[in-house]
Each structure stands twice: as C-alpha cells, then as structure tokens.
Design a protein around this ligand. Structure first.
Ligand SMILES: Nc1ncnc2c1ncn2[C@@H]1O[C@H](COP(=O)(O)OP(=O)(O)OP(=O)(O)O)[C@@H](O)[C@H]1O
Ligand SMILES: [Mg+2]
Length: 262
C-alpha cells in the first residue's frame, strides 16, 4: 500500500471502440510500484474494457500505454505487439476475472505450476515449490491436490489468484473477482487481496466492494460512460466526492463506506 514513486503503468488518453460503441474514451491513469488503484463506476462504463486494454487482451484504438519500461503509442501504425513481444508484455501483468477460469482437468497445484513450467520453462521441482508457497499464502496448503470441481467458488478464486501470482507479474489486475461468489465466500478472497496489497503488490482492482476500496486503495478512479469523471486519493474520492456523478454512484453504497471494518 506504499508507493515508491516508480511508475509501473501509465495510460494516457487510452481509447477503445467496438464498431460505433466507444467503450473507453480517453482514460489516463498512473500507477506507482506498490500502489493499489480501485476502479469504480456504473455497469457498462468501460471498467473491464480499460483493464483488458492494459494487458492488451483488447487492442486500444488510440492513446499510449506504458507498462514497466515498455511504452506503446497506439496512434502509430502497427504499434500493437505480436508474437513473443506480446507474450513478453503480457507476462508482466497478472489478471484475475470474475469467472475463475481454472483448468478443470488439473489439480490446484498443477493449475498454479503450469504457467511457470510452460511459459517460463521453469524446472518442475522449482515451479512446484513456488506453487506450494503461493497456495499456502492464499490459505490452500491442504487443498493442493483437489480438482477445481471439488473446491468452493472462493477456493477456486484463490487458486486463480495464486496462478496469476506464480508468473511473478509486476502488476495484478482484478476484474470483479468476488462478484460471482456466494456472499459468505467474498471475505476470504478479499482477505487474500488485502494481504497482497500489504505485501506491496501493485494492483488495479475493479470492484463494487466499497469497504475494501476504503480500507485498501491508495487511489480511486471513477468512470462513467467511458471517461474518468474523478480520480484521487481513496478517502477523498470515497468520502468527499467532488463530482455529482461520483456522489450519485456512491450513494448506493453509503452504509458500506461509512462503517469501519473491525
Ligand atoms: N466485445 C464487445 N463488443 C462490443 N461492445 C462491447 C464489447 N465489450 C464491451 N462492449 C461495450 O462496451 C461498453 C463498456 O463495457 P465494459 O464491459 O467495459 O463495462 P464495465 O464497466 O466493465 O461494466 P460491468 O460493470 O457491467 O462489468 C458497454 O457499452 C459494452 O456493451
Ligand atoms: Mg466489467
């Protein structure tokens, strides 16, 4: 949750259109090493598209994007990386989605090991050590040999987080990772994310969990209709929003933001 001032991600004027739909209309954001940024806003405002642009699951239509020391200007022709260049770019970024997309035919351990073994050519014993450590860290040391179908949603999501972390990403992106979970399972996943934040992981988190945002975020970015309506220090934006659209969006969550968590 502390920032060293070293920029890990810098998006400037990022845009993404799908045909005539402008999903992201000029979003700029700077994320320093160790910072936790929470992105909020109403459904359809472009949060997922923005995250997917950052790891190039979507090709931005315009703007620039820097991740680590690699900067891409999408207004230039043929700027989108391909092949190994794209793989190298993506390897810097871990992403976890709402639907925990684990490989169903692999155990929790195999799910976490496979990235380092296949992509990074890490020797299997070393990858197994990494994977066991990460599974222990997300509270699943006793579940390493379970297949996804024999794990709860919260446990599967924690495996998915461990799997993304196994690639030692420079930044982690989370897109509503607790939205598909039964309410009683949300806390265990948020706790893992809080721990990652405390450990200094750089994170961009799309979430409707306002208490998490208040307690963990350094910076909050509010989007509406593809644009940034407000961004700043988490307490400022969440407790004293300046923009009426932020205030209106947050009014749905006031009870959650007000109560301090034990
Ligand atoms: N593949 C696609 N093709 C066409 N339009 C899309 C596509 N993906 C998203 N959109 C549109 O882009 C806009 C932004 O969608 P996006 O999924 O980024 O919103 P969001 O803020 O993540 O919403 P939610 O909170 O519901 O997840 C929406 O109007 C959506 O319909
Ligand atoms: Mg979304």
């Amino acid at each position: 949750m502390t920032s060293s001032g070293e920029v890990m991600v810098r998006a400037e004027g990022l845009r993404k259109s799908y045909g005539t739909v402008e999903a992201v209309r000029g979003v700029s954001l700077e994320v320093d090493r160790g910072q936790v940024v929470v992105v909020i806003g109403p459904s359809g405002c472009g949060k997922s598209t923005f995250l997917r642009c950052i790891n190039l699951l979507e090709e931005p239509s315009a703007g620039t994007l820097q991740v680590g020391d690699r900067r891409i200007d999408f207004s230039a022709r043929n700027s989108m990386p391909h092949g190994r260049d794209l793989a190298r770019f993506r390897a810097r970024i871990g992403m976890v989605f709402q639907q925990f997309d684990l490989f169903p035919h692999m155990t929790a351990l195999q799910n976490v090991m496979c990235g380092p073994v296949i992509v990074k050519k890490m020797p299997k014993p070393e990858a197994e050590t990494v994977a066991r450590d990460l599974l222990a860290k997300v509270g699943l040391a006793a579940f390493t040999d379970r297949f996804p179908r024999n794990l709860s949603g919260g446990q599967q999501q924690r495996v998915a987080i461990a799997r993304a972390m196994a690639m030692a990403p420079e930044i982690m992106l989370f897109d509503e990772v607790t939205s598909a979970l039964d309410p009683e399972l949300v806390g265990e996943v948020l706790d893992v994310m809080k721990q990652l934040a405390t450990d200094g992981t750089t994170m961009i988190v799309v979430t409707h969990e306002m208490a998490f945002a208040r307690d963990v975020a350094d910076h909050v970015l509010v989007m509406d209709a593809g644009q940034v309506v407000e961004q700043g220090r988490a307490e400022e934006v969440l407790l004293r929003p300046k923009n009426p659209r932020t205030a209106s969006f947050l009014s749905r969550f006031h009870s959650t933001i007000g109560e301090r968590q034990a």
